[in-house]
Design a protein. Structure first.
Length: 247
């Protein structure tokens, strides 16, 4: 019987973030032989540094706090895979002529999210994105009033915008937030933001078609191990997409 890639990743000694339990150590940031094809082929992520556009896949941990009418309320941990198409950095500070970490805005298109978990209340829970809608992330300058201290390298604002789909076994339906986009926010010091945890700041109504069935009370999203990194030369963020994500 063939072994699944996730089983191989969990058993590989350096992939300590594959189960979402240890997402902050240096080995996760470096990558691992199984994904990269051998020693010397690793992509190193450095804080406060701009990198090239790329197609990237990560392990993902998501935690959702959900209440469903007639079923109850639960906090559910989910694990799986996310795929981004990260665009070239662009200048995000009006009047600036230099593209640096401090001035750059980096956009990414969310291509796929697939996470799964178990709830004692809802049974199996699966969360995916909605490819037919504009979803993605924007990392932008943290603009504060007053003079800029050139000796301080700033964190940047990160907003990930999604239209999640929630498949709940006990409900027998896939529900969503309708036309309301879910934003999870954080502050980051590198892109891709390995080990970062972004969170919602408000609750969202959940619908089965036009019928209200519950509430997404809160959610957080953690980027784990970088599984694959493919540089691409033409990933320029469309203006309309950047506007949607940053709105």
């Amino acid at each position: 019987m063939s072994r699944s890639i996730m089983n191989e990743l969990r058993e590989a000694a350096v992939v300590t973030g594959a189960d979402g339990s240890a997402l902050h150590n240096a080995e996760v940031v470096k990558g691992h032989n199984l994904a990269w094809g051998g020693q010397g082929n690793l992509y190193t992520i450095r804080p406060y540094t701009l990198g090239p556009a790329a197609l990237e896949a990560f392990t993902v941990r998501e935690r959702i706090h959900v209440t469903i009418d007639g079923l109850g309320e639960d906090l559910v941990d989910l694990h799986g895979i996310g795929v981004y198409r990260r665009h070239e950095p662009r200048n995000g500070v009006e009047g600036s002529t230099e593209l640096t970490w401090r001035t750059a805005t980096i956009g990414a298109q969310f291509l796929s999210l697939q996470v799964i978990g178990h709830s004692d209340v809802f049974g199996q829970v699966r969360v995916t994105n909605t490819p037919s809608k504009s979803e993605g992330a924007t990392v932008s300058p943290n603009l504060v009033p007053g003079p800029v201290d050139p000796e301080v390298t700033p964190m940047k604002n990160c907003v990930t915008a999604l239209y999640p789909q929630f498949e709940l076994e006990a409900l027998g339906a896939t529900i969503n937030t309708g036309d309301i986009r879910v934003d999870v926010e954080s502050r980051v010091n590198m892109v891709p933001p390995i080990g970062d945890v972004s969170r919602t700041s408000k609750s969202y109504t959940l619908f089965d078609g036009d019928r209200k069935v519950g509430t997404l009370l809160a959610a957080d999203l953690e980027i784990g191990a970088l599984l694959h990194h493919y540089p691409i030369a033409n990933a320029v963020s469309p203006v309309e997409f950047a506007t949607i994500v940053s709105a």
